[in-house]
Design a protein around this ligand. Structure first.
Ligand code: ATP
Length: 659
């Protein structure tokens, strides 16, 4: 059967079966059978783009993350936004009795809701029709149009089919079969070809015949390459052991966006980690690249960061994330105001060039910033680019590798050799374009007091020391690289190792129990604990000190909380009395308790959130503590024994850390 005429319901059956099956070999065989039977015309792309939606770059972005999708579905189904099902969709993460086991999986929560509104019979859409509608969804410019397309989908599918449409839109099918296996089953050379082209359509078209091998292709300027990746290690000693006997460079792990710069004469592309061409960088960076990359054709691998030229340092942690955007926005507004005031009241202070309102790249920012500021109105992303263009905040590319130079790919050369090429190819420009090579580039700014960003390590202690410094500095961690290694697309086998502080998923709420508080209460600071995991069907017997938390509540909320707990506070007279046996704390002097809550049963649960990092804890009894915890809310609705236990917390940290 021709692929495009195959019913989408056939794909849904394949997806359902694959998701349920346990054996990887059977999953692969079933996929092969599907390709043979339902893509007999060897037009594989229409089907494979639905199996690997995260790799499909032919369609633009849908602009639909779960939260927007929830609202669009609510509207498409004609539900009231405060109906029970609408709230279920909006609060899909939360769970609770109603959403039950599906909590946290948007597509499943949506299926629950859809099942009550859609029939069970297949809508009969073909693969072509699904792709056409998805094209429309991606092309639609506003939520009303998207809602219209979703409504058409709903009319033409049943709940099961709609579930898979939603998963395709969210670009994660959770099939339990790796991308590698899918590629391999399709064609033995598919993964290799995809890694160097990032073009799924091209892969499907070039590799129509499974029995005909494809000559290994090298990287090309202008085609995104899947980046070399880093393998996670637990500590410096493990990293050192893994790279035993090798010459090793240790680098700061910058917290920006991984960007490949492809320069081909005047044509410049900025490919992100998921192979999108971020043309918005062009505005701020193209001229700098033209002037400071001293070769016509090349590919640089690096991290795009924000440089604060007024403070002469990388902009604060998180500035590339949503939260930072708000900060930038505030800064922008202040600077804008300042510029306007200066322009109006002290025009003579301005340089003639500024009075001319020069809109080219300039270091004298007052008026140009003002003009840029006015030009900014559409998106935060654009806002960031405009900042890059202006004086205070600039885009800075830190190139840590080079993949192509002149007419040849250099990925087969050693990292040490590539560093040498990088030195020749890039003329560093402080705060705009830097190279990360030992004893040069970004490191040549190292002088007393200024940090160094990479070095050749001679022993594990040096690695450990550098890691500690980066953490103090609130950097993301370190990357440890084998200087003798070549650069391999998509490789995570351990040529690069990353060491990061452990973290928990941003936004995770942790339910902890108040153990103690400082006395008197003017600076409310609660010592909170995690439960020692109780035996099944019993309540916890001990609580382990975990962190101190004070911020997050309003004065009224705080007053109410302290009033409730006050009758149960017992003053602790150090060192005469030991802590009550149901609390485990350390003897650390910083954590010398003031007043205890006299038994866990009388205490109250707090939901706390934190900076995404955890830290190994010496002052608290739990193995980890949190950086910058904040109280999200007081959980009067929870019983004391519903406190998170230490074991579950550790599992949470481990599952959050992944690769
Ligand atoms: P993470 O979430 O830890 O960044 P990841 O899966 O996005 O992981 P990894 O390959 O595992 O990516 O980690 C390396 C990432 O770290 C790179 O993709 C890059 O964006 C970033 N990075 C920052 N500094 C460096 C550096 N000096 N060398 C290599 N990668 C760096």
């Amino acid at each position: 059967m021709a692929t495009e005429q195959t019913k989408f319901s056939v794909m849904c059956s394949l997806f359902n079966w694959t998701q349920r099956a346990k054996s990887p070999a059977k999953k692969r065989a079933k996929f092969r059978k599907f390709l043979d039977s339902f893509c007999a015309d060897r037009n594989f792309f229409p089907a494979i783009r639905l199996v690997l939606p995260n790799l499909d770059r032919e369609r633009g972005s849908y602009g639909l993350k779960e939260s927007v999708l929830a609202i669009s579905l609510i509207d498409a189904l004609g539900m009231s936004r405060d109906s029970e099902d609408a709230l279920r969709l909006i609060n899909w993460r939360k769970g609770g009795a109603k959403t039950g086991a599906n909590a946290g999986n948007f597509a499943l929560v949506a299926t629950e809701v859809l099942q009550r509104r859609q029939g069970t019979a297949s809508g009969g859409l073909t693969i072509k029709e699904v792709n056409d509608l998805l094209d429309q969804l991606a092309a639609s410019e506003n939520r009303a149009e998207k809602t219209q397309v979703l409504s058409t989908f709903i009319q033409k599918t049943n709940a099961q089919e709609m579930k898979w449409i939603i998963m395709i839109v969210l670009k994660d099918l959770k099939l339990g079969i790796s991308e590698k296996s899918i590629f391999h089953e399709f064609h033995p050379d598919a993964e290799d070809l995809f890694n160097v082209t990032c073009d799924l359509k091209l892969v499907c078209e070039k590799l129509r015949d499974r029995n005909q091998r494809h000559k290994r292709q090298d990287i090309e300027v202008g085609k995104a390459v899947r980046p070399q990746l880093a393998k996670r290690v637990a500590n410096a000693a493990e990293a050192w052991k893994k790279l035993h006997g090798k010459e090793v460079v240790v680098e700061c792990k910058f917290d920006g966006d991984r960007i490949q710069i492809h320069k081909n004469g005047t044509e410049i592309h900025f490919f992100s980690r998921n192979f999108l061409d971020h043309s918005e960088y062009a505005h701020a960076m193209s001229e700098i690249i033209q002037q400071n990359i001293l070769v016509d054709r090349c590919i640089l691998d690096g991290e795009m960061l924000v440089w604060d030229s007024s403070l002469n340092r990388f902009a604060e942690f998180g500035s590339n994330q949503e939260i930072g955007m708000h900060l930038y926005f505030c800064l922008a507004t202040l600077k804008l105001l300042f510029s306007v005031l200066v322009t109006i009241f002290f025009p003579s202070l301005l340089q003639p060039r500024q009075q001319g309102m020069d809109l080219t790249v300039t270091d004298s920012y007052a008026v140009s910033f003002y003009l840029n500021g006015l030009a900014v109105n559409s998106s935060y992303l654009e806002l960031r680019c405009r900042f890059g263009f202006s004086g205070w905040m600039n885009w800075l590319d830190v190139a840590f590798d080079i993949l192509y130079f002149g007419d040849t790919s250099v990925i087969h050369q050693t990292l040490k050799e590539r560093h040498e090429i990088l030195r020749k190819v890039v003329r560093p420009l402080k705060g705009r374009l830097e190279i990360l090579v030992p004893n040069g580039g970004l490191n040549s700014h190292c002088s007393s007091g200024e940090p160094c960003w990479s070095f050749i390590a001679h022993n594990v202690d040096e690695v450990e020391k550098f890691f500690k410094e980066t953490i103090e500095n609130r950097d993301e961690g370190i990357v440890i690289k084998d200087l003798g290694s070549k650069w391999e697309p998509s490789d995570r086998s351990g040529k690069w190792l990353k060491l990061k502080p452990e973290y928990i998923q941003a936004g995770t709420d942790l339910d902890v129990l108040i153990i103690e508080t400082c006395f008197p209460f003017q600076v409310a600071q609660f010592l909170v604990g995690l439960a020692e995991r109780p035996s099944p069907n019993t309540h916890p017997k001990r609580f382990i000190s975990f962190c101190r938390v004070g911020t997050g509540l309003s004065d009224d909320e705080l007053d109410a909380l302290v009033t409730k707990l006050k009758p149960y506070f017992r003053k602790y007279e150090y060192p005469k009395k030991r802590p009550p046996s149901f609390y485990q704390v350390t003897n650390h002097s910083k954590e010398r308790p003031d007043v205890w809550v006299d038994s866990p049963e009388k205490s109250i649960i707090l939901s706390i959130t934190s900076d995404i990092r955890t830290i190994e804890s010496e002052v608290f009894a739990a193995p980890y503590s949190l950086r910058f915890p904040r109280i999200d809310r007081v959980r009067y609705d929870k019983a004391w024994y519903e406190c998170l236990d230490v074991q579950s917390f550790i599992e949470l940290v481990q599952s959050s850390n992944g690769t």
